[in-house]
Design a protein around this ligand. Structure first.
Ligand SMILES: Cc1cc2nc3c(=O)[nH]c(=O)nc-3n(C[C@H](O)[C@H](O)[C@H](O)COP(=O)(O)OP(=O)(O)OC[C@H]3O[C@@H](n4cnc5c(N)ncnc54)[C@H](O)[C@@H]3O)c2cc1C
Ligand code: SF4
Ligand code: SF4
Ligand code: SF4
Length: 410
């Protein structure tokens, strides 16, 4: 029997993060990204057309798991914000990401930028934009899963030569693999931005939230996750009016959305939440909560390349467009260090996908206890998911976090 070389194995083993990289690489265009009944984007292959060339598997960021880059230290860390008060007020954190994109375009460092646009989760998509207004309209985080890398085909076709790409860490990992196959496009992407990422949400979770807050999905006009100060508010506009939910409310990030059961399955195994393959990775400066950023957001920028450091250093001490100063990675880890992948889970996954092509067990020197804990963790999350319990009571949430900690015992 001929071996199936497609990404079907990634989907079957439930490690597909829905990044979309496999779709544009297919030479016979037989892959489409479709939402499954659980609200997660997955590639669906027309096997009558597929030639079994294996390219889709080759570019998949999750075709193997390498946790060696687990929490890689950035070259430099800065924290700051856009001095455009309106942008800062309505962005996710301090509006730094948007400001750097706008400035890069105005200075002609970039001639196009890839951002995520759309008024509501079903419409969120990666879009190539070339104007300040378009970048401004794309500000703030979209926490539901977006198959950003679908846009790569369009990017190849057009004539932009200085592109800044914004994607989550898994999108950037997929992009890097794609660029190894499509070398001409690699020359055109001059900067890669990413966002430190705890998890992406399944689309069904938003449907559940809408039910809780009594908004009919069909009546939804606009849905935003962040804005109006820091950490800010979710705004849900429907034909019946506006509902505002504090970001930290238990119906939003403070509970429902923070549950690991609300996240895309593959996020449980994420190899690199910090986006070390990008030039700059942006996150909320949670460590400055109640200090400098009371109700005004501050973005931290983890610079993983010389290029990234160079871009930010232009602003230090100038206060033109951006106020920024040096920070320390230890401060970021003190509040976000829980987003740690686990060697034991990596071991299990490599076994799952590659039948243990890499002997991670001996390489990482993991103990039997942590492998068992990894299994208990993933199986319990799956079981709770199966019975539809994706709104964990806080106690259970702490338990799951506790278990994750055990997983890190070597
Ligand atoms: C799914 C997700 C999970 C995150 N998890 C964490 C976390 O655990 N801890 C933390 O500190 N920060 C997290 N962030 C990052 C945080 O929410 C902010 O995006 C970051 O601090 C930058 O803020 P800003 O004000 O500088 O960005 P803004 O100026 O508001 O710009 C954000 C940019 O990101 C783009 N964007 C928005 N959503 C997406 C998406 N889904 N995929 C690709 N690009 C997108 C927008 O188009 C815009 O260009 C997450 C972001 C996302 C999207
Ligand atoms: S194996 Fe090749 S032809 Fe088949 S879906 Fe993947 S990329 Fe397309
Ligand atoms: S490339 Fe992305 S969307 Fe395609 S199978 Fe891999 S993880 Fe899933
Ligand atoms: S947690 Fe990892 S896999 Fe999940 S969306 Fe974020 S970067 Fe992608």
């Amino acid at each position: 029997m001929i071996k199936n070389k497609t990404v079907n194995i990634i989907v079957e083993k439930e490690v597909c993060c829905g990044c979309g990289t496999c779709q544009p690489v297919c030479p016979v265009s037989c892959i489409t990204m479709q939402l499954d009944e659980d609200g997660q984007y997955k590639p669906v292959i027309d096997m009558d057309i597929c030639t079994n060339c294996g390219l889709c598997f080759k570019v998949c960021p999750n075709n193997e798991f390498n946790y060696k880059n687990n929490i890689k230290k950035p070259q430099e860390v800065f924290s700051g914000y856009s001095t455009n008060e309106e942008l800062r007020y309505n962005a996710a954190s301090g509006g730094l990401t948007t400001q750097l994109l706008i400035d890069g375009l105005n200075r002609n460092d970039f001639d196009a930028v890839v951002v995520v646009t759309g008024d509501k989760p079903a419409e969120f998509k990666a879009t190539i934009v070339t104007t300040t207004n378009e970048i401004l309209n794309a500000k703030a985080s979209k926490y539901t899963q977006v198959s950003v890398n679908i846009v790569l085909k369009e990017l190849e076709k057009n004539s932009y030569t200085k592109i800044c790409y914004v994607g989550l860490p898994c999108h950037i990992r997929g992009l890097d693999k794609y660029l190894k196959v499509k070398k001409k496009l690699a020359e055109k992407i001059v900067m890669k931005f990413t966002l430190v990422c705890g998890q992406s949400l399944k689309h069904t979770v938003v449907d559940k939230q809408l039910k809780i807050i009594k908004v009919k999905k069909e009546s939804l006009l606009r849905y935003s996750f962040r804005g109006e100060g820091w950490p800010g508010f979710q705004n849900v506009d429907s034909t019946l009016g506006n509902k505002k939910i504090a970001y930290t409310d238990k119906k939003a990030m403070g509970g429902l959305f923070a549950s690991p059961l609300s996240g895309v399955d593959a996020c449980l195994y994420c190899e690199d939440h910090y986006g070390s393959q990008a030039d700059i990775s942006f996150c909320d400066a949670w460590h400055l909560k109640n200090k400098e950023n009371n109700n005004n957001g501050i973005t931290s920028a983890l610079c993983y390349s010389e290029k990234g450091v160079g871009l930010i250093e232009k602003y230090v001490g100038t206060e033109a467009d951006v106020f920024i100063k040096k920070d320390d990675f230890a401060n970021i880890l003190s509040v976000q260090g829980h987003m740690k992948p686990t060697p034991s889970v990596a071991y299990l996954l490599n076994k799952k996908i590659n039948n243990s092509r890499i002997d991670l067990k001996s390489e990482l020197n993991i103990s039997a206890l942590s492998v068992i804990a990894a299994m208990v963790y993933t199986v319990s999350v799956r079981l709770l998911n199966l019975i539809g319990l994706n709104r964990l009571p806080l106690g259970l949430l702490s338990l799951s976090r506790g278990l994750k900690k055990i997983l890190q015992i070597k």
